[in-house]
Ligand binder design. Structure first.
Ligand code: NAD
Length: 332
């Protein structure tokens, strides 16, 4: 199927092209993000493929539909960028890659915990400069610490399992409890998880209910010096509240792979630009903040799976078969 691939990076091409060749799909790779200005590039394509920060509000969907696009394949799991109600009205169908490698994200989250705790990033630089002093690198044993896992779906469950292996006490919170997680920890109310955890890791989707789940009130309920890890979606965390609590010391460590305003920053090289986002730049000044640019998913395993499932989504749609990974609009 002829598909316009937005936000193409070299690694997308490397993994998508062979998968497309093997399945008979024709991909046209476009480097720009999907925006009101670039959406015209999709004119005449029955399908488009977009990525995690490509917005699909009603206006963009309308232009896509007017240009003949009937199918959007998201090469990511989250579909918070898509206005599903507009899709329903316009007859545009959407599919995603629900789980390309939950291990990749869970392992990255745990990696962030270890880095913040044991300060590998500082040690790496020190040793390379011939500085073998270890003052300032003091960490804590993960063993015996209480870790709160918010969202116990595919990624949260794996993170809980890894942390259980470290000998952590696991507290779990989800709106739908995962039977398989009961052997790993104890489900508690969200406020109890906030109050009792030394480390909190977020693995729930961004929805109207979870927007700013971590706000000033939530942080005030947490233990002083708590570590917060967010590898899910930036807007789960109120960045201004987090900034204030880092300054006061209430928040002891912060690991972010996602950021509320990441769309204009992440996945691009801004190293020779003046970054205009003062909030983001302030975050970078804290010694106890670690930010990665939405790379938790970024493993070979995950990219192969994204390519395979994206092609399977296109094939099913093209053949008029049931699209197993279709994202359905909420029922009325
Ligand atoms: P999943 O659907 O398997 O699990 C999500 C869990 O969150 C479900 O159990 C669901 O019941 C729960 N949930 C929903 N609303 C909740 C609420 N209000 N409070 C608590 N829990 C709630 O999804 P997953 O594959 O585990 O992915 C989790 C999130 O990770 C995704 O939504 C996505 O935003 C993020 N993600 C990030 C990356 C990355 O590279 N950083 C990659 C993939 C996914």
């Amino acid at each position: 199927m002829r598909t316009a691939v937005f936000s193409t990076k070299p690694y997308d091409r490397e993994f998508l092209q062979p998968a497309a060749k093997a399945t008979g799909h024709e991909l046209i790779f476009l480097e720009p993000r999907l925006t009101p200005q670039t959406v015209v590039l999709a004119q005449g394509f029955p399908a488009i493929c977009s990525f995690v920060n490509d917005p699909l509000p009603p206006a963009i969907l309308q232009t896509l539909a007017d240009g003949g696009t009937r199918f959007v394949v998201l090469r990511c799991a989250g579909f918070n960028q898509v206005d599903l109600e507009a899709c329903r009205k316009l007859g545009v169908r959407v599919a995603r890659v629900p789980a390309y490698s939950p291990y990749a994200v869970a392992e990255h989250a745990v990696g962030m915990m270890l880095t913040l705790n044991r300060k590998f990033h500082k040690a790496f630089n020190r040793v390379r400069e011939g500085n073998f002093a270890i003052d300032g690198l003091l960490g804590f044993d993960m063993h015996g610490k209480t870790v709160g896992v918010v969202g116990t779906g595919k990624i949260g469950a794996i993170a809980a399992g890894i942390l259980k292996g470290f000998g952590c006490e696991i507290l779990l919170y989800d709106v739908i409890e995962n039977e398989a997680c009961r052997a790993l920890g104890r489900y508690v109310a969200l406020n109890e998880l906030f109050a009792a955890s030394e480390i909190i890791t977020l693995h729930c989707p961004l929805t109207p209910e979870t927007q700013h789940l971590i706000d000033k009130a939530a942080i005030e309920r947490m233990k002083r010096g708590v570590m917060l890890i967010n590898t899910s979606r930036g807007a789960l965390v109120d960045t201004q509240a987090v900034l204030a609590s880092l300054k006061s010391g209430q928040l002891g460590y912060l690991g972010l792979d996602v950021y509320e305003e990441e769309a204009d920053l992440f996945f691009e090289d801004h190293s020779s630009h003046v970054i205009q986002d003062d909030t983001f730049m302030r975050l970078l000044t804290f010694p106890n903040v670690l930010i990665t640019s939405h790379q938790a998913f970024f493993t070979r395993t995950a990219l192969e799976e994204i390519a395979r499932v994206t092609m399977a989504n296109l094939t099913a749609f093209e053949r008029g078969e049931r699209v197993a990974n279709e994202v359905l609009p909420p029922s009325k």
